[in-house]
Design a protein around this ligand. Structure first.
Ligand SMILES: [Zn+2]
Length: 171
């Protein structure tokens, strides 16, 4: 296993719409393992393939693991070719992103959703999610469509944040 480099804003790759996964081989398994390891190391609760420069509709998540609790168990989920097929309600929490370091903002999202996705064995699952998991799924799914959480901010605030991040990036 290996840690991967996470792309940060304004890297153009983060704007890419990722391609569906069609080959479920050992290389994909390794990629999923490396992404999970990288996610725990950072730490984050989700990591999309786009963020590590892989053009694939795939993300890993674990909203339950607490790295400050030695009893906490890692239960990474690999979500391949995700599709949000139902949403309801409204919710917002302060979000952050490994690709947008040192910035957090509240983002309006759906409170509940149904996610259809494939696992490593190509089996199709439907998962009903709410709370933090629903937020995480929407955030990671956005990455696969070339969208960052700051893209949800009102235009003026978004521009301010983008300028600040661009300045940081050139330092
Ligand atoms: Zn993110």
């Amino acid at each position: 296993m290996a840690l991967m480099k996470i792309l940060t804003y304004p890297d153009a790759f983060l704007k890419k719409t990722a391609k569906p996964v069609t080959v479920f081989d050992d290389a994909l398994k390794t990629l999923v393992q490396d992404m999970a390891e990288t996610m725990y190391e950072e730490p984050g609760i989700g990591l999309a393939a786009t963020q590590v420069g892989e053009d694939k509709r795939l993300f890993v998540m674990d909203v339950f693991y607490n790295n400050e609790d030695p009893e906490s168990k890692k239960t990474p989920v690999a979500v391949i070719n995700p599709e949000i097929i139902e949403t309801s309600g409204e919710s917002s929490i302060e979000e952050g992103c490994l690709s947008v370091p040192e910035f957090r903002a509240e983002v309006k999202r759906s409170a509940e959703l149904v996610l259809r996705f494939q696992d490593m064995e190509q089996e199709i699952h439907e998962l009903r999610a709410e709370g933090l998991m629903a937020i995480c799924i929407q955030h990671e799914n956005d990455h696969l469509n070339g969208k960052l959480f700051i893209d949800h901010l009102p235009p003026l605030k978004r521009r301010m944040v983008q300028n600040k991040l661009k300045k940081q990036a050139t330092k």
